[in-house]
Design a protein around this ligand. Structure first.
Ligand code: UDX
Length: 442
């Protein structure tokens, strides 16, 4: 059993702290936003993550997990302090490290005994050394400490599963004793533990996310070529994936990637390359293709509707992916904005992200369910692949819509099924199937 402090109770910190508590450790989770801490003490979570609320409640009841906004209280008796604060995109794509700096300074000013500081947030290569220099400079007294990089590999919507079933734990530090102590914390997860230096660990995180984003832009480029040549990209991905060197994961084409990680991490890696004199050609293409995918949805709608002005278009799904309320860099919202700017009336529905959309977005009229969304719509765009969209009552949908047009930005449906139900259907890279049936006037 270890004494752990987690700084930052967002998507990464709350999951990390709760899960370490669930492994039997004693965890104090700190956030400087006092309202967030008060809510957590009342059992109100700042994020939607399937299954998390119950694990938080269980560990609070067992007194393994507590919340505070006081660093003095949070750091008392801890051996490990995880920095899990946000590193949002800054100017030119450079990661904004102001919150990491604030955390490092507060830890330095409040530490009164030896501890290991662990960077869990995704941080540019070299940040570990920078955090160590801040702590050395700001320490109220000269206390030994070590900095270890331990990047997170949690996907929103499956974060608990990813924490307890990691493909690997990556640790980076110049202090091997500290790295081994952090490795001990992770033994219960029974996954391979890669121990390397700080910069290499930080690079493993960026390279992993950039590779996953590259796979997505790759299959989206293949989708665009399939569309021109009449092949079905879903079946292409299926055929590719049996090759063990390729695999079936992360080959789903559609509106492209969004979220708080891929967009900013690819940009940050490209930025790091450029300021160090290396041209990130592939990463630039990955980003360009990703933006193209969103624009393509708009072009498909214009092609099918003639004009977008005054047309009513329903966005089916608003979060950047299924099983989350997170709308950061959501392709759905980007597409909605482009439609709005072209004079369309945009409506939207999402199973859990509506509150976030209502608070931040003025150009989307929210509907209570997909059927209210369909009422009087000229077209529907499938933008987030929630399970509840997979078996919609399409007869009802068609009867409610002004025009039976569906642009399936997630390739959720089979073109032939939708066109046989009387819809004008466009997927992403689905070959001529939809178009051919359309031209036959079905
Ligand atoms: C990602 C990484 O997967 C995770 O390891 C890292 O720690 C954080 O960033 P996350 O952004 O939460 O996780 O979700 P993920 O499931 O990776 O999806 C990212 C985006 O790619 C979403 O917009 C998703 O819809 C999209 N995506 C994913 C595709 O378009 N096609 C795919 O095949 C997979």
């Amino acid at each position: 059993m270890a004494n752990i402090c987690v700084v930052g109770v967002g998507y990464v910190g709350l999951v990390t702290g709760t899960c370490f508590a669930d492994l039997g450790n004693k965890v104090v989770a700190l956030d400087i936003v006092e309202k967030r801490v008060e809510n957590l003490k009342k059992g109100i979570l700042p994020i939607y993550e399937p299954g998390l609320k119950e694990v938080v409640e269980r560990n609070v009841r067992a007194e393994r997990l507590s919340f505070t906004s006081s660093y003095k209280e949070a750091l008392k008796d801890v051996e490990f302090v995880f920095i899990c604060v946000g590193t949002p995109e800054g100017v030119d794509g450079e990661a904004d490290l102001q919150y990491v700096r604030m955390a490092a300074e507060a830890i330095a000013e409040n530490m009164d005994h030896e501890m290991i500081v662990i960077n869990k947030s995704t941080v540019p290569v070299g940040t570990g050394d920078w955090v160590a220099s801040i702590i050395r400079e700001k320490q109220a007294q000269d206390i030994p400490f070590a900095v270890v990089s331990c990047p997170e590999f949690l996907r929103e919507g499956s974060a608990l599963r990813d924490f307890f079933n990691p493909d690997r734990t990556v640790l980076g530090s110049t202090d091997k004793t500290a790295a081994n102590k952090v490795a001990q914390l992770h033994l219960a997860l029974r996954a391979p533990i890669v121990v390397t230096d700080l910069r290499t660990a930080e690079m493993i995180k960026y390279a992993s996310n950039a590779f996953l984003a590259t796979r997505i832009s790759f299959i989206n480029e293949i989708a665009n070529i399939c569309e021109a040549l009449g092949a079905d990209v879903k079946e292409v991905a299926q055929g590719m994936g049996y090759d063990k060197r390729i695999g079936h994961h992360f080959l789903e084409s559609g509106v492209g990637y969004g979220g708080s990680c891929f967009p900013k991490d690819v940009k940050a890696l490209a930025y790091m390359a450029q300021i160090h004199g290396t041209e990130p050609q592939l990463l630039q293409s990955v980003m360009e293709i990703n933006l193209t995918q969103r624009r393509q949805i708009v072009l498909k709608l214009e092609d099918m509707l003639g004009t977008l002005k005054d047309k009513v278009i329903g966005m089916v799904g608003l979060a950047f992916k299924e099983n989350t309320d997170d709308i950061r860099e959501s392709p759905a919202l980007d597409i909605a904005k482009m439609l709005h700017d072209r004079g369309a009336v945009v409506r939207g529905y999402d199973p859990v992200a509506m509150e976030n959309v209502q608070r931040t977005t003025k150009y989307i009229n929210l509907s209570e369910d997909p059927y209210e969304l369909a009422q009087g719509s000229d077209a529907l765009v499938i933008a987030t692949p929630w399970n509840e969209f997979k078996s919609l009552d399409f007869d009802k949908i068609r009867s409610l819509m002004k025009q039976p047009i569906i642009v399936d930005g997630r390739n959720l449906y089979e073109p032939t099924r939708l066109t046989s139900l009387g819809f004008k259907y466009r997927g992403v890279g689905r070959g001529f199937k939809g178009a051919m049936l359309e031209s036959n006037g079905k």
